[in-house]
Design a protein around this ligand. Structure first.
Ligand code: SIN
Length: 538
């Protein structure tokens, strides 16, 4: 028997919860999440949410900073609406109990606003250096309090259900979902299916992202035939902690917002060679500069130094980073931190309109898995939680206006999940081996600086891995690990194939073969199942 709901949300980060909170007012919501409900990229966001919140700041300045970072590919109408709707979304978060850091320490006082790379003003609302954790906590409480949102934790979406597979119209009507522990596959039917699955940092060997970030939404949407865009623009955060025991630990850009300086191992600062904004240049510039300096000097990391600030300030403003580094024997108030760039944010994704609707009827995409046009070729720091909030809300508002039409359609009849002759796997090593090889390949050949030869090498290896993954997928009963591997392989293929058609360097896509930006190529890279990537005017 299929489960039914008005809205099926895949993912429980800021975008999914933002949608669920508003949609619960007009429908039943089922949130499917791969692990515990609070485990998402959002929880690990340190910096905060960019928005125009100070009298001295303007919408025009936030728009301009976003466009500069986006390197000519942002969709201006989207940038304008996100920036203008930001303050209302922050106000809503405060209403549901998000405790942002304020200037006086009183909950309802003026916010303490931080600065990050690419921003010309202080405009980042934050909760010390644990903004995501606080936003996730308050949103989960608010969503649960509606009484109309159910969670299926430890469940992994396998594939979207599209009626065209069963001789019907091209429409998404839900998803097949694996109960991770029981191994049982549920059929979930929904009036609207909302992808809020976040990013895909696990496609690279080194990432700031948690293990759940395997690009599931983009991969499923691609298999279902939705349009995908700009996958070559994968953002590397300049500063991930470099320590053998520190897994994926981000060192927030907000440190540089407070004057922290990037230095070579001998203490020489180097960012002034690369950009007039020095350490606060847009993120693509800083990550590339670090990459160049590491290659030039042969060092395995660079240093980030905030020792000029009073120790009490550092401990109070960055309690999480301070404590985490101390665990590894580093006191950041008196010594610089070793840092390296690591994969951080997927700027491309499932293309959507201004309400989060994908090109596949019935399927919506919000947050990091979507390509709305906000980020262009390089996301401005702290614009991602903003985008999740704005589009989660917009999608729910739009769907409220379509209720009568959605309810009029009878529930479709779809077959239950078929296991065929699949057996339990006795060769899990295939998953772990391919997982490691794929991530290493992406790191070595499709990282911060690319070339045609490296992309061709990557494409060959990925094609081979995909062949093995497909074989394994059909032969054995599905597991979460297997599904995640299948998804990151699809995402890797999309990144490489999109990168291969962009014959220029722009934003996050830097290639040795085409080192300049070509004004004639200020276009989105578009692809779809069965349609090779090509450039389309923004
Ligand atoms: C950070 O705190 O540096 C991350 C913020 C972001 O990725 O926008």
């Amino acid at each position: 028997m299929a489960l039914t709901c008005d809205y099926l949300v895949l993912g429980s980060g800021v975008a999914g919860l933002s949608f669920a909170l508003e949609a619960a007012a007009h429908g039943s919501v089922l949130v499917v999440t791969k692990r515990a409900r609070d485990e998402s990229n959002t929880k690990y966001a340190q910096g905060g949410i960019a928005s125009v919140l100070a009298d001295t700041d303007t919408f025009a300045a936030h728009v301009a900073d976003t466009l500069v970072a986006g390197a000519g590919l942002c969709h201006e109408v989207v940038v304008d609406l996100c920036v203008r709707e930001g303050p209302a979304r922050i106000a809503r978060l405060r209403e549901i109990g998000v405790r942002f850091t304020t200037r006086s320490g009183e909950a309802d006082a003026d916010l303490d606003l931080a600065r990050e790379g690419g921003h010309t003003a202080r405009r980042v609302a934050h909760a010390a250096d644990m903004t995501g954790r606080e936003v996730e906590r308050a949103m989960l409480e608010a969503v649960q309090a509606t009484g109309r949102v159910q969670f299926l934790e430890e469940h992994t979406a396998i594939d979207l259900i599209t009626m065209s597979n069963f001789g019907g119209p091209d429409r998404c009507v839900g998803a097949y979902v694996l109960d991770n522990a029981a191994g049982r596959v549920e059929t979930v039917l929904a009036r609207a299916t909302v992808l809020a699955t976040g990013g895909a940092g696990k496609v690279y060997l080194y990432t700031t992202n948690p293990d759940v970030a395997t690009g599931d939404g983009v991969a499923m949407a691609h298999r279902a035939g939705a349009e995908i865009a700009n996958m070559e623009f994968y953002q590397f955060h300049p500063t991930c902690l470099y320590h053998p025991q520190a897994k994926n630990f981000l060192i927030s850009e907000a440190l540089r917002g407070e004057g922290a300086t990037l230095r070579l191992l001998d203490g020489t600062p180097f960012m002034e060679k690369y950009h007039p904004m020095k350490d606060l240049a847009p993120r693509d510039v800083v990550a590339r500069a670090i990459d160049v300096e590491m290659k030039r000097t042969g060092s395995e990391h660079v240093l980030l130094d905030i020792t000029h600030k009073p120790a009490s300030f550092v401990r109070e403003r960055f309690p999480n980073i301070y404590a985490e580094c101390l665990k590894f024997g580093m006191d950041i108030t008196s010594q610089p931190m070793p840092v390296v760039p690591a994969a951080h944010f997927m700027c491309g994704g499932v293309t959507t309109d201004l309400h989060g609707r994908s090109t596949l009827p019935g399927l919506w995409a919000i947050g990091e898995c979507a390509c709305t046009g906000l980020h262009g070729a390089n996301r401005l720091a702290s614009n991602s939680l903003l985008e999740g909030l704005v589009f989660g809300h917009r999608a729910a508002v739009k769907l409220a206006t379509q209720r009568a039409e959605l309810d009029a359609a009878p529930w479709p009849t779809v077959p239950e999940w078929q296991t065929g002759s699949a057996a339990p796997s006795d060769e899990a090593v295939v998953v772990s081996h391919n997982w490691a090889e794929l991530r290493q390949t992406m790191w070595n050949y499709v990282g911060i600086v690319r070339s045609d030869t490296r992309l061709r090498r990557a494409a060959r290896r990925i094609a081979l891995l995909q062949e093995e993954i497909r074989e394994y997928y059909w032969r054995y009963l599905v597991t979460r690990d297997m599904l995640e591997l299948r998804n990151i392989a699809t995402v890797a293929e999309l990144i490489v194939s999109c990168a291969a058609v962009r014959h220029e360097s722009r934003g996050l896509h830097a290639t040795l073969d085409y080192p300049s930006t070509d004004p004639g190529l200020a276009r989105d890279t578009i692809t779809k199942r069965g349609v090779l990537p090509h450039l389309r005017a923004v």
